[in-house]
Design a protein around this ligand. Structure first.
Ligand SMILES: Cc1cc2nc3c(=O)[nH]c(=O)nc-3n(C[C@H](O)[C@H](O)[C@H](O)COP(=O)(O)O)c2cc1C
Ligand code: SF4
Ligand code: SF4
Length: 258
């Protein structure tokens, strides 16, 4: 009845997608970057959750939506996950929504949920626990809306559309961030970063050296997930959070002990 697909470079969206799957009694959540849209099985309602990048859906999500056949689902819901749910992010799903409407899909839920910020700086502990509590309530409410096909009533102020337009420059700038990345000597050549980069931007040379290409989306996944913390940018050292980001730390309360 429901199909859930999530795009979550650093874990927040995957955490919410897991929660939603419990409320909707769905046993499987598909990682968007490993899913070929044309191979998804027919179902009544497709739910796409994605992390917001520069007030937009990331390019991996746009590509997925473009590749979605027009006759596979009856309804589609969109849940954009940012670090706030205010006007700045209001137009985040606008572009993919238009693509889906052109394919004659009916959009049911179109909502934004706030979760902790995953780059530059960590939010304070108290703010994070409040965000997580609110996010749980929002996911519960959204699951009820999805079950009852209650269409979201979303206002789209002009200023939201404006920042959304400006944000479309970011994917180009992000490519240069990728060129700055390198793996230190502590790299154990495990290949995790190569397998998990959503844009297939990382390669391992025959000698085991890690090489970054020009397709980066600045998602932070390789930096935070590397088991030896070997990946760092040469110049923009302020962009990744200093001690990394892990939603599991906050769920388990481990950050308090750091
Ligand atoms: C490159 C980049 C751009 C981002 N841009 C935004 C943004 O425009 N608005 C926002 O609220 N959060 C933004 N964020 C923060 C994340 O989208 C947000 O923390 C989200 O919860 C991360 O989800 P994930 O852990 O599933 O990747 C950005 C993060 C990255 C890495
Ligand atoms: S994830 Fe880290 S340790 Fe593993 S290959 Fe990549 S850089 Fe090396
Ligand atoms: S190279 Fe790293 S930061 Fe860039 S898209 Fe791939 S995983 Fe994300």
């Amino acid at each position: 009845m429901y199909t859930i697909v999530q795009f979550s470079p650093t874990g927040n969206t995957a955490y919410l997608a897991g929660m939603l799957s419990e409320y909707l009694d769905v046993d499987r959540v598909n990682a968007l970057e490993h899913t070929i849209p044309s191979k998804l099985k027919e179902s009544e309602h497709l739910i796409i959750l994605f992390a917001i990048h520069a007030f937009n859906a990331p390019k991996t999500v746009k590509r997925f939506v473009k590749g979605l056949p027009s006759d596979r689902f009856t309804k589609i819901s969109l849940i954009a996950v940012g670090c706030n749910d205010k006007w700045l992010n209001c137009a985040a799903s606008n572009e993919i929504r238009k693509i889906l409407e052109k394919k004659a899909y009916q959009i049911v839920v179109d909502e934004i949920i706030a979760m902790p910020l995953t780059l530059i700086m960590s939010f304070p502990e108290e703010m994070i626990s409040n965000l997580l509590m609110d996010a749980r309530k929002r996911i519960n409410k959204i699951s009820i809306d999805i079950k009852n096909s209650i269409v979201s009533k979303k206002k789209l102020p002009f200023k939201s559309l404006l920042v959304n337009r400006v944000g479309r420059i970011e994917p180009f700038a992000a490519r240069f961030f990728g060129l700055e990345l390198y793996a230190k000597k502590s790299c154990i050549k495990c290949g995790l970063c190569v397998r998990e980069c959503p844009e297939s931007n990382i390669h391992m040379k025959d000698n085991g050296k890690i090489k970054f290409g020009f397709k980066c989306m600045m998602c932070m996944r390789c930096i935070y997930n590397c088991p030896t913390k070997s990946i760092i940018p040469r110049i923009s050292k302020f962009i990744p959070i200093k001690n990394g980001y892990s939603i599991e730390r906050y769920i388990s309360g481990g950050a308090e002990n750091d």
